[in-house]
Every structure is written in C-alpha cells, then in structure tokens.
Design a protein around this ligand. Structure first.
Ligand code: ATP
Ligand code: MG
Ligand code: MG
Length: 365
C-alpha cells in the first residue's frame, strides 16, 4: 500500500492519520515528541525537529505523499523536500499562511474583505501608523501566534507601551477591532483537478481566545452563508489550493470580514467526523491523494465542545449521563490547564436545547 507522510504529530495529524488508515494507507509522521498524539497511531515514527533536513529526507523516503498538520513548519526545508518528494499542497500555501502580513495581502489580492490593517515593523512604525487604524485595535505578531497568543489589544494610547514590547521582538500587524456579531469558519477542500467542496459553515464561540464551541449549521442568514461560500471559493482559487483551507470570518450584519486562514483541517471542523458523510480529515486525504472529493452532507445539526485539561475529569464523570456524546481524546498524557486534550460532539435536532444542556453540566463554567 501507499504511505502518507505527515509533518507534525498533534491531534490534527492523529485524526488525519486515522482517516488515512481507514482509506487503506500507511502513515509516517515527523514530530519532535517521543509519544505524540499522531505518533501513537502511525506506522512509522520519526522523532526529530520539523526543520531537521535528514529527518525530512527520511520521511520523504518512507512516503508516497507528504502533507502537514500545521502551518508553522520550516518553509525552506519544505521547499527542499519538494525536490525529491511529492508534496501536492506545495510550499507556497505555507509561505503565505505562516505570515499574517503576506496572508492579508494575498486575501486582498483574492478580492475578499479584511479588517483595515497596517504592517508594523518597529516602534517608530507603531507611533506613526496607530492613528491610521485608531482605537480599539489589535496588534498581532506576524508569525507564530495561536489561541490569541502574541496579541495586544489597544484601547487607548496607554496601551502603546505594552504594544511596543511586542514589536521589539518581532514584526506585527495592527488591525482594527471589528464589532462582529458572530464568528464563523468555512472549511474548503480542493484537489489538484480543481474539484472543490465546502463543509457546512460552523459558528464559533471562543473563551479566553481559545475555541470553545462550534455550532453547525451556523445560525446565520442565507445571504451570509452564500457570501461565506463565495469568499472561501475565491480564496481557494486564488491560492490554487490543494488540500484543506479553513477560513475564519467575522459576521457584521449582512457582511463578512475575513480574519485569518489555516491551511489544514481546523478545530471548528471536528463535528464533521460524526455529523457529515465525509469528515474534514477524510476529505483532506482524498484531496492530497488526488481522489475525487465527496459532496458533503450534514446528517444532523451538531455542537462540538473542546475539552481542555481542566475539563477532562468533569466530562468523564458525566459520560454515563450523556450517552449521546461522542468523546474524542487525543492521547496526551498530562491534562494541563488550557491544553487541548479532546472534544465532544453532540448531534441534535434541537440546537438551543442542547446548548442549554451542555451549559447545565457545569463542566465549562
Ligand atoms: P487561532 O488559534 O484561531 O489561530 P490566533 O491567535 O491566530 O488564533 P486570531 O484568530 O487572529 O488569533 O484572533 C483570535 C480571536 O481574537 C478571534 O477569533 C476573535 O475572537 C478575536 N479577534 C481577532 N482579531 C480581531 C479583530 N480584528 N476584531 C475583533 N476581534 C478580533
Ligand atoms: Mg491563527
Ligand atoms: Mg483564529
């Protein structure tokens, strides 16, 4: 059989690997951790840094197709791998999405709306440019941020000194705070033949900048749904996407603003494992392997709730009471506070009632 090589061994890699194995592939994974979530289910484990050239060569040697589970892999390293291995998603997608400056410029080129922003590369830039964006605004590091890490919110000039600290270390983007009514995400898959499908749109609730809940289908108007699908398609075509792209969006009344991209399966798409005829992971494997894609169908409305370290034990205690919960654990040993340990998906014919019942458990409060 063929082997799929995955760069990155976290939970996304693990769920990709499980889907790949169902489709009959063998899986090789590169991750620096001895006992990574993906390493536990892979056939071949290479324990080394993501930019270790020899390890990448070893992964390429073992694999027929190479994919990645996150965007912060080494761009130059990936380009070298492409000289001797098949990486259908390419390195360009990584170059663009691992740097907010480039990502925002590409979004503008794709013709979709983004929040007003300026690139800030020095403290002088900040002093000069903050007036263009005004308050409230958010300063975000250009590279490496996730779960709101590497961000400073500016509500008045008093916050400039904290912002200056962030810029001293790394280039940033300053963007206007959007008074959104909702956050949604659109996950789009595309294969090399240009076949393209979008999963049902998720409505995302964040707590402390970490995704807490995804509600599907998103409770938005038909207009927003169509605009979101159109924007995702436009971006995918502009990037000549192969694989998976998650597009995070802000809804303001009947308009959309694109927040950011992730060139991989996304936390807000986990519901598709149970609630759709094709999961985001299966579709990803199909897309990178050049298989025809499936047209997604949502079997039932669903809610995905993340289990962070502090939620695992209380959730386990309530499992007998909730046979309707699909529980996923990622095989991480230490249940550290705020660490993503797993998630629960609940399919329901009554979203509001199920949201209320989840709240009532007290697990997430
Ligand atoms: P992720 O874990 O999704 O990669 P991240 O650290 O890359 O997160 P963003 O998605 O850019 O950060 O921002 C995190 C959250 O902060 C958003 O989901 C949104 O709730 C809020 N936020 C970010 N930018 C803005 C904005 N311009 N206006 C209003 N809220 C914003
Ligand atoms: Mg991000
Ligand atoms: Mg985000």
């Amino acid at each position: 059989g063929q082997t799929i090589g995955i760069i990155g061994g976290g939970q996304l890699g693990r769920m990709m690997a499980l889907a790949a194995k169902e489709a009959g592939f063998r899986v090789a994974v590169l991750d620096p951790a001895m006992d990574s979530p993906c390493g536990q289910v892979a056939d071949i484990r290479i324990v080394a840094a993501y930019d270790d050239q020899q390890a990448l060569a070893e992964l390429a040697e073992a694999s027929d197709v190479i994919t990645y589970e996150f965007e912060n892999i080494d761009y130059e390293g990936l380009k070298k791998v492409m000289d001797y291995a098949y990486v259908p998603q390419g390195a360009e997608l990584i170059r663009i999405t691992q740097d907010r400056r480039i990502e925002k410029m590409e979004l503008e080129k794709a013709g979709v709306p983004v929040a007003p922003f300026v690139i800030i590369e020095s403290v002088e830039d900040l002093e000069e440019q903050v007036g263009k964006i005004g308050y409230p605004s958010i300063l975000k590091t250009a590279r490496g941020g996730y779960d709101g890490k590497g961000q400073v919110k500016l509500t008045s000039p008093e916050d400039l000194s904290e912002a200056a600290e962030l810029i001293r270390n790394t280039p940033c983007v300053l963007e206007k705070v959007i008074p959104f009514t909702k956050e949604i995400s659109t996950i789009i898959h595309r294969n090399a033949a240009g076949e393209c499908h979008i999963l049902p749109i998720a409505e995302n609730i964040h707590v402390n900048h970490i995704l807490h809940q995804s509600i599907v289908p998103a409770r938005v108007t038909h207009t927003i749904e169509k605009k979101a699908e159109q924007a995702a398609k436009q971006i995918a075509e502009h990037l000549s996407l192969v694989g998976t792209l998650a597009v995070e969006m802000f809804v303001i009344e009947d308009d959309l603003i694109i927040n950011e991209l992730a060139p991989r399966p996304h936390n807000s798409g986990h519901y598709s494992i149970e609630a759709c005829n094709v999961s985001q992971f299966h579709q990803h494997i199909r897309a990178v392997c050049g298989w025809p894609l499936r047209k997604p169908i949502l079997w039932e409305s669903s809610i995905m709730v993340n289990l962070l370290g502090q939620h695992v034990a209380p959730a386990a205690n309530q499992l007998t009471k909730h046979p309707e919960w699909s529980l996923h654990l990622y095989g991480k040993k230490e249940a550290k506070h705020d660490r993503k340990m797993g998630h629960i998906t609940v399919m329901t014919d009554d979203l509001e009632r199920t949201l209320f019942e989840l709240e009532e458990t007290g697990i997430w409060s």
